[in-house]
Design a protein. Structure first.
Length: 231
């Protein structure tokens, strides 16, 4: 179901899944082009949660998805504020949890949540370096350090015009570590995690893709984790 939410900067759309009662999960997508590659995967997770009796919402944050705000006019503060407003709106009626993939784990620190579940969380600095490497590969330049200077026009990165202030904010951002927190990673990832699972990093694919089996596995883990948090 298509719904809306209000935040300090206006109104944005969000998708709703699952029952009308019980706990609800807010999903935070990866950032920039990684969101396009993994949207079907995230939707598969949320639909699997609905089959397990858990409601969820997938908000379009300012400058993402179907938002009318241009990406170049958004900041990291806009994203964290909007995510917090969704949590506040939903939290008036039920217990709210957050789940995030990759850079989405940078967005939930300010939200009032009963728990956070992160899949393959990544630092903002790592994301910015990936974006700049992609830009360099297409331009033949040796350095793009100037891309994160605060002055100057937006930077073209992976098909997005991104404000330099947003890049600087991201470079300093890290996934929230607020308990209760559960971290899940692919078994090919050497960083520590509460659970390692098999699968391919869909955010690295050249085209959007999905992994329904992995989505069901992660939905099982989320459902079990929520039950533990609620106990």
């Amino acid at each position: 179901m298509i719904d809306q939410y209000d935040w300090s900067g206006g109104r944005e759309a969000m998708l709703r899944f699952g029952p009308a009662t019980g706990p609800v999960v807010i999903a935070a997508m990866p950032l920039f082009e990684e969101a396009n590659r993994t949207r079907a995967f995230m939707v598969s997770i949320l639909r699997a949660l609905a089959e397990r009796g858990i409601a969820s919402v997938l908000p379009d944050l300012p400058g993402t998805g179907e938002s009318l705000t241009e990406t170049e006019n958004t900041s990291l503060n806009d994203w964290t504020d909007a995510f917090s407003f969704v949590a506040q709106q939903l939290g008036a009626d039920t217990v709210v949890y957050g789940i995030a993939i990759r850079g989405g784990a940078l967005l939930d620190a300010e939200a009032q949540l009963a728990g956070r579940w992160h899949f393959a969380p990544v630092s903002g600095d790592s994301l910015v370096r990936d974006l700049l490497r992609t830009r360099l590969a297409g331009s033949g330049k040796e350095s793009a350090g100037e891309a994160i200077e605060l002055s100057g026009p937006p930077v073209e990165l992976a098909g997005n015009r991104v404000a330099r202030t947003l890049l600087a904010q991201l470079k300093a951002a890290n996934p929230s570590m607020i308990a209760p927190l559960r971290t899940v990673r692919l078994d090919s990832d050497t960083q520590p995690a509460d659970l390692k699972v098999g699968g391919a990093p869909l955010w690295r694919r050249s085209e959007p893709d999905n992994d329904p089996a992995l989505a069901r596995l992660l939905a099982d883990d989320i459902a079990a984790w929520i039950a533990t948090c609620a106990a």
